[in-house]
Design a protein around this ligand. Structure first.
Ligand code: ST9
Ligand code: ZN
Ligand code: ZN
Length: 338
């Protein structure tokens, strides 16, 4: 009962803060109850299992090829990593899933291109699944429900059919803002072509054409290896950051502050904060945090390409810590209630 009240109060606070700009269907819904009885069977999707297997073997081969790659190719790999990561973090996540700031058309186009380079489903599907993840976090209606274990929340959820509740609840989400965004819908219409071009051909052809890198190294290092590392860095937010780390803001939920994930996912590992305040564009508190995505959004605002960053006030954070948090609470120190 106490927990219910806490979440209702928070929903109200989050709602108030969002009302000024837009409303997003990403706030935890404590009224949802998992259906009783036997769970539906796991249906393996062999096409995905085989493709993900080949991808990871290819990435290992790319790792072995690193000593043969030129410095320029390694630098280009880092550039591709950053562009694809920003397409997910600043794009699909903070802009399109949570609407935590506003972006001009040129910036939205850049982020959509980066998002296709990351090849993690199109923006519309990514944001829909992510909203349902926040709203029904760690229940049957969460696509990567971390209660089903590390493997499932990391990659397993992409290898089986979804739980029917994910689809049922997802269909009820308010997604009008995504449908009204022409950049999002354009990317969705041309998704396959954009992935072939941006995730595979551009990363491979640039080093080959401009500095004579071999096609093999160019395909396996900035192509497959970079893609696989970005995927795993993103999946770690769903797996590791739902399992290991502190919960200073809300000890009743599983998402945690995980500094390792924060670095590899360019600022997305402060997951206890993020699930507590999903509308905050910085996804972490004030102060010195390693948060490249926040620095990028700040730079875009400085250049006039973004605006209206939503932020949680220090008072609201302090009140929330007082109510639901406990500084330093870790996995072994307290049991989550959901
Ligand atoms: C990938 C995604 O990797 C990664 C996401 C990471 C998220 C991280 C989040 C963490 C926070 C942010 C941090 C970012 C950090 C980034 C760091 C960067 C360094 N609601 O899907 P189907 C409908 S993708 C409503 O086939 P199945 C759907 O519309 C990797 N409806 O379900 C469809 O209807 P219709 C590459 C929904 O058959 C029908 O249901 N891609 C919803 O169960 C069937 O849909 C892959 O590996 C919903 N939520 O199959 C492929 N969901 O027919 C991945 C579905 O009318 N996907 N529907 O159109 C698949 O192959 C399949 O989806 C499946 C499930 C096999 C997983
Ligand atoms: Zn999460
Ligand atoms: Zn989120």
């Amino acid at each position: 009962m106490t927990e219910t009240r806490i979440h209702r109060a928070d929903k109200q606070q989050n709602g108030d803060a969002m009302a000024e700009t837009s409303t997003v269907d990403d706030v935890f819904d404590d009224t949802y109850r998992e259906k009783e009885g036997k769970k539906p069977p796991k249906i393996l999707v062999w096409r995905n299992i085989i493709l993900m297997g080949f991808l990871h073997v290819g990435a290992l081969y790319g790792l072995a090829l690193i000593p043969s790659a030129s410095w320029l190719t390694l630098g280009w790999t880092a550039v591709c990593y950053m562009i694809s990561a920003l397409g997910v973090t600043a794009g699909a996540h903070r802009l399109w899933s949570h609407r935590s700031y506003k972006a001009s058309v040129p910036l939205r186009v850049f982020l959509a291109l980066g998002n296709s380079m990351a090849f993690q489903n199109d923006i519309y599907e990514w944001a829909r699944d992510h909203r349902v993840h926040h709203k029904y976090s760690e229940t049957d209606a969460d696509p990567h429900n971390a209660k089903r274990g590390f493997f499932f929340s990391h990659i397993g959820w992409l290898l089986v059919r979804k739980h029917p509740d994910v689809i049922e609840k997802g269909q009820k989400l308010e997604l009008g803002d995504l449908k009204a965004d022409r950049v999002v819908m354009f990317q969705r219409r041309h998704y396959k072509l954009s992935v072939v071009l941006l995730c595979f051909l551009v990363p491979m052809l640039v080093p080959w054409y401009f500095w004579g890198e071999s096609l093999g190294v160019a395909y396996f290092v900035p192509g497959l290896l970079r893609y696989t590392v970005v995927l795993n860095a993103s999946w770690l937010v769903n797996s590791a950051a739902h399992m290991w780390g502190n919960r200073p803001y809300d000890k009743t939920i599983n998402p945690r502050e995980n500094p390792f994930v924060a670095i590899s996912a360019i600022g997305e590992g402060f997951h206890n904060y993020h699930h507590t305040f999903p509308f905050d564009y910085a996804t972490s508190e004030f102060g010195c945090k390693v948060n490249i995505t926040t620095a990028f959004i700040n730079l875009m605002c400085f250049l006039g390409l973004a605006r209206d960053r939503k932020r949680v006030s220090r008072d609201m954070i302090a009140a929330r810590i007082q109510r639901t948090g406990r500084s330093g609470a870790t996995n072994s120190q307290s049991e989550p209630t959901r």
